[in-house]
Structure formats: C-alpha cells, structure tokens
Design a protein around this ligand. Structure first.
Ligand code: AMP
Ligand code: MG
Length: 422
C-alpha cells in the first residue's frame, strides 16, 4: 500500500500535537546547568542584602568633608563579614573594606586614595558626595523579584544569580527519557572487527549523542536483530523499560520512556520488522513517509497508556545521515516542547553560499557550515556531495539548509530557512 508522503512541516505538526509537557522536579543548583526551569523563581532576599561599600576607604558623613581642611576621628572598622557595632557620629570616620556593611550614620565612602591618615585622624583630600561608593541594598534584586520565568534554560549567568539569591534547589522540567534502538544484522559495535558484509553501528551512538545535546536523557540503548520475534521481544522490553533492570525491579515503579527511537528496519524491505512489531505492541501510527531528502522513510506513532504519559515512537530511516536529519526535524522539536522550550526556536535564515539545483517534489536538507558575515549568516555545504550515504557531510555541520519542495533552484546569495544543529 503506497501512501502520499507528508510535507515536513505537516509531519512536525502531527508530532507536536502528541506532546504532553513533562512535570517538574527539584534539582540541586550544582546540577542545574543546561536544565529548563519548570516554574518561576523569585528571590527570597534582596541583592545586595545590605548597603555596602564599593571601595576600600573610609565611611563618613559627606557633610563633614565640606569644611576647610577637615579632620575626622577614626572610630573603628567595618570589614567584609564583620560589620561595625557602633553608629558613626558627626566628625567621625570608619575604615571600611569593599563589600563591608556601611555603618549606621555614614552616608558616603571616600576611597583610600583620596585620603590620608595620621594619629587616628582621617584627612579627606576632597569633599565626598552623599551616597558616593555605596551599593544600595536591593539595587540589583529586590525581595520577591522574579529572577527566572518558567521554560528558561539555565546557563552560567543564571547559576550565578540563583546562588547569589541563596536558591539551592530549582524546580526544573524533568528531562525527557529516551530509549534508542538500532536495527540490523549487519551492525557491529565500534571496537570490534568487521566480518564480511558487516558495518559499524553508528546510529545508536549518533542518536545517543543527539539526545544528550537536546538536553534529554538516553535511558537505554539496544540492538534489534532482523528477526520478527526478536524485534518484538526487544521492543517490548524497551517499552516496559526493563532492559537495564534486574527482573525483580517492579516495572510499574520505573518511569516509562517518553520517547522511543528506532533507527533502521522501518522500511519496506523483506527483513524490516519494526513497523509490524510496533503495531503488535499497540503503537498507533500517525504518519509514514515524509516528502523530504534525506529522510523520506520516516515513521511516527504513539503508544497511549492507561496511566501516565504516552510514549512517542519514532521509526527513523537506518541510513545514518537520514537518521540524524530526521531526529533534528522531528524528534528534537518534540523533546524541546516536552520541557516547554519553543520547538521552532532552532530555526533561522541564512544566505546560501552556492547555487543548488534539484527536482521539485521533495524538500532537501543540506548539511552546512555557518559563517557569520556582515550580511548575516552564510551557509556553506560541508561537502559538495550531499548523498545520504555521505556521513562525513555531518562533520562540522552547524545547520541544515532547507530547500523547499517546490523549488528547482536556489541561486547563490538567496536566503533560505535553516535548522540550527547546535
Ligand atoms: P534499513 O533502514 O534497516 O534498511 O537501513 C538502511 C541503511 O542504513 C542500510 O545501509 C543499513 O546498513 C544502514 N544502517 C542501519 N542501521 C544502522 C546503524 N545503526 N548504523 C549504521 N548504519 C546503519
Ligand atoms: Mg536494516
């Protein structure tokens, strides 16, 4: 039975329609890097928490420095972490270090360079301005201020602000759990010698890396032989999430994968058993075949569950370039949407550096290196040959340039949509 291939955008919309956002979980600040906030984070304190000095110098009253040749009595010290216990009176000065609490009564800090000190007397070399060199409490952040909204990715800057606010634990979106399966009798893991007719398995490694890059968690990686019964057994185990657990682990206690990716064995060959096995397991097909190159023979379905979230199932083409391209176009948007990131947030436009010609009918996705120029991003093909068997076209690829289905030629210098890979 032949089916009309879907446009890539239509296929992606069908995927996104099945996404249920994941819940949140508390994550220790030191483990937050790269995670996505699940809720707003407000500051429990103000930053800075108290008025403090921006300089090493003397805390004083600005008015006292306006006299002719003023002399101030040195009455003590306010050190960082050791605030002065006394209030500063008229005609008095107090040694203060950067970050130390400004003593009560003082309204300015004169830097040490603008003073001299003799016999416990401070001689300002110039008049101080009121408020000078004082960092005000709450100047940066007020108590209760929203530091981060939901759906925000945590980078080093976010970690710094959260730490300063004393937030030790953040409510982050759970990381999508992804099971990756590779299919084919010909596949041998890297590190083992190849026999006749064998090739190394690159897909499970590539997809595991892509899952990581997408901020999700590869929970298991397994291999399916080209055998109907064995394929079904392995898929059953993956779906139930038993592969990495001893038999006595209660299956219900383990969170099911949110996404199952099978690469290879999905097509119409005599030894492709994946679609049949998925149907047996109750995975409902949503689409099969997309009008794109590489990546046409892509399958997508959903396993509904009585309790809990459904598992999204991607049957990607076994061809390694196709598997990676279709991951980027279909699986990654789903993984982003699950953690409330914009699924389309990885798209932009670039100038195609060389003319590209093709037959109309399918969208083409060209592996490109991006260069930032005065005119904006320029996309250069990583390899002139964009054949789907040329895996080295992925080396250094920062983007996929999209050549629309109906286009026959995009001339050098024209703008195209690109899907950023990093
Ligand atoms: P299939 O979709 O199973 O027909 O596979 C299509 C092509 O991709 C064949 O040339 C397979 O040998 C190759 N292939 C399938 N799985 C992998 C894999 N995990 N690593 C490398 N190549 C693969
Ligand atoms: Mg195969």
């Amino acid at each position: 039975m032949s089916e009309k291939p879907l446009a890539p955008e239509a296929a992606r919309d069908l995927v996104l329609a099945e996404v249920a956002p994941l819940g949140g979980e508390p994550v220790r600040l030191e483990d937050c890097l790269g995670r996505i906030t699940a809720a707003e984070v407000r500051s429990p304190i103000s930053i800075q928490p108290f008025d403090n000095s921006a300089m090493d110098g003397y805390a004083l009253r600005a008015a006292d420095t306006e006299a002719d040749q003023p002399r101030l009595r040195l009455v003590g010290e306010s050190r960082a972490g050791h605030p002065a216990e006394v209030t500063l009176g008229e005609g008095e000065a107090m040694w203060i270090s950067t970050g130390a609490m400004v003593p009560e009564g003082a309204d300015a800090v004169l830097p040490v360079e603008d003073t001299s000190e003799a016999d416990r007397q401070v001689l300002p070399a110039r008049a101080a301005r009121k408020g000078e060199n004082i960092r005000r409490a709450g100047e940066d952040v007020e108590v209760g201020q929203v530091l981060l909204g939901p759906g925000q990715q945590i980078s080093a800057g976010e970690v710094a602000v959260l730490a300063a606010a004393g937030v030790a634990e953040v409510d982050c979106a759970e990381r999508p759990r992804v099971a990756v399966l590779g299919s084919g009798d010909e596949l041998i893991p890297p590190g083992e010698p190849l026999g006749r007719g064998q090739i190394h398995d690159s897909n499970t490694y590539a997809l595991g890396a892509l899952v990581h890059e997408a901020g999700a968690e590869p929970t298991q990686v397994a291999h399916l032989p080209d055998d109907a019964a064995a394929t079904q057994r392995a898929l059953t185990a993956a779906e139930l999430h038993q592969l990495d657990h001893p038999a006595e682990v209660e299956v219900d206690a383990v969170r099911k994968p949110d996404v199952l990716i099978v690469a290879g064995g999905v097509s119409v060959g005599r030894h492709d058993h994946v679609k049949g096995a998925l149907a047996e397991l109750g995975v409902e097909k949503r689409f099969w075949r997309v009008a794109m190159r590489p990546g046409g023979p892509t399958w997508f379905g959903v396993l509904a569950r009585e309790a809990g979230r459904p598992t999204l199932v991607f049957g990607l083409p076994g061809n390694p370039v196709s598997a990676m391209v279709t991951f980027h176009l279909f699986a990654r948007p789903a993984l982003r949407a699950m953690v409330s990131l914009d699924p389309h947030g990885t798209r932009t436009r670039a100038i195609l550096a060389t003319t590209y010609r093709k037959k109309p009918g399918k969208a083409h996705y060209l592996r490109c290196r991006l260069e930032l120029t005065a005119q904006g991003w320029r996309a250069h093909l990583t390899r002139e040959s964009q054949g789907s068997h040329v895996l080295t076209s992925m080396l250094g690829a920062g983007a996929l340039a999209e050549i629309p289905a109906d286009a026959e030629e995009i001339a050098a210098g024209e703008l195209v949509e690109v899907e950023l890979l990093r």
